[in-house]
Write a protein that binds this ligand. Sequence first.
Ligand SMILES: CC1=C(/C=C/C(C)=C/C=C/C(C)=C/C=O)C(C)(C)CCC1
Ligand SMILES: [Fe+2]
Length: 546
Amino acid sequence: MDMIFGKNKKEQLEPVRAKVTGRIPTWLQGTLLRNGPGMHTVGETRYNHWFDGLALLHSFTIRDGEVYYRSKYLRSDTYNANIEANRIVVSEFGTMAYPDPCKNIFSKAFSYLSHTIPDFTDNCLINIMKCGEDFYATTETNYMRKINPQTLETLEKVDYRKYVAVNLATAHPHYDAAGNVLNMGTSIMDKGKTKYVIFKIPATVPEDKKGKNPLKHTEVFCSITSRSLLSPSYYHSFGVTENYIVFLEQPFKLDILKMSTAYIRGVNWASCLAFHKEDKTYIHIIDQRTKKPLPTKFYTDAMVVFHHVNAYEEDGCLLFDVITYEDSSLYQLFYLANLNQDFEENSRLTSIPTLRRFAVPLNVDKNAEVGSNLIELASTTARALKEKDDQVYCQPELLYEGLELPRINYAHNGKRYRYVFAAEVQWSPIPTKILKYDVLTKSSLKWGQEHCWPAEPLFVPTPDAKDEDDGIVLSAIVSTDPQKLPFLLILDAKSFTELARASIDVEMHLDLHGLFIPDTDWDARKQAPSQEEPDGAPDCCEAPQT
Ligand SMILES: CC1=C(/C=C/C(C)=C/C=C/C(C)=C/C=O)C(C)(C)CCC1
Ligand SMILES: [Fe+2]
């Protein structure tokens, strides 16, 4: 198992043509671009946690029924510093690094202490964000790296703090129909306050002397003061509907004092996160029209949510679907020491990822009887119980147990929808199957094969799609059988049957998230042709003209 998680993966700089079996629909033309950790040892040093690994970008270019694969490490400052020193010199989520052991440790410790918020890593390994015409590799710190989506080259380092006062930001932004980005971040102890900041980055902006930079036009949409100055909630994503934003202030918190002393105490950032099971989860609903949170205090029991699935409005209520955990054990399981041969025993989840639906009444009658249920929807058994002092306790409906890495047809984001595409996970964090779950009929379709570990499944609609599931699902499959090559799986989203697979003779890494860039998007871009375009693909054929 360690071979799959902890082994350093080789880059595949030249595009390599895959062996396609089955038939790839001719309308499917574009690039699946994905991100995830690929290198866990540098010289003699080794990261502790799978989320620490150096970002390895990979892409599958699908053109005229063929698939071309390439991969490249993100040349972050972190990557370059590590490679130059031939050891890990930048701290990550689960590994605290000591850059220069020869230098007086106190001088470094002092510099860390004088900055309550340390300078974080730019090892952007979680996702890819589209911003205007640009693409960025993202993580959860204040840094992003612009990338060339065709060559996977690393471009500028972007510090969010230049444009909006956030020290952390999610790697799961939302996009509206015009492509404007909506994201959230945490501003720690700025002018005596710790806040959650929701901000917008416009897709189209005027050109200035340096070209177009949508980030320069970032606008704060709304801020919510954290319940605690020194321990804001940790969150990995949030939800949107047509008129509202859903933010869960969960009792999984980042302890700022612990964080500012972590370096001298010799502990990692992960140890500064703690789940407080005795606390509540506060549900903030922000009205996009007034840019203010609803005054009612909605809450539910303590839980941990990493991924929001979707949210929408129905008959005066807001419904949101999230993957919930009863504790924060998920992050614990990804320590590489657990992901070894005995991982079946070592990495048992203590709480199973569960899809739950919450319903929040948008107009709360102040005179409603205490104890009464404010949800009268036939579509859900979720309840919202009126309490005294303008408080409402939300009780979710359980939809499905054992799934993670959810995706939907994004055209339905914020709207009523039926299908969740996800990886099926049971008591271990390893996905074994891909799942299509119908939230209406509560039935599911699955794809799975022996020795196959699927990545997050991504839905791509057909150009003339009518139904929500008119399209295909893409998932990169890593094989645990050394005899079997990894492949890009292409499923018909309706029937969930295999249309084609493109096997690639490379060492493929398990990734986290990514996006699909249809060729129609390239055509719209005026990007200069890549200088790194190779002369030919090594295995047999011409490289795609990306
Ligand atoms: C470096 C760093 C962080 C990094 C967090 C990461 C890298 C989280 C990855 C989460 C994933 C991959 C979740 C998947 O569901 C924090 C804790 C935000 C803050 C302190 C500095
Ligand atoms: Fe995620």
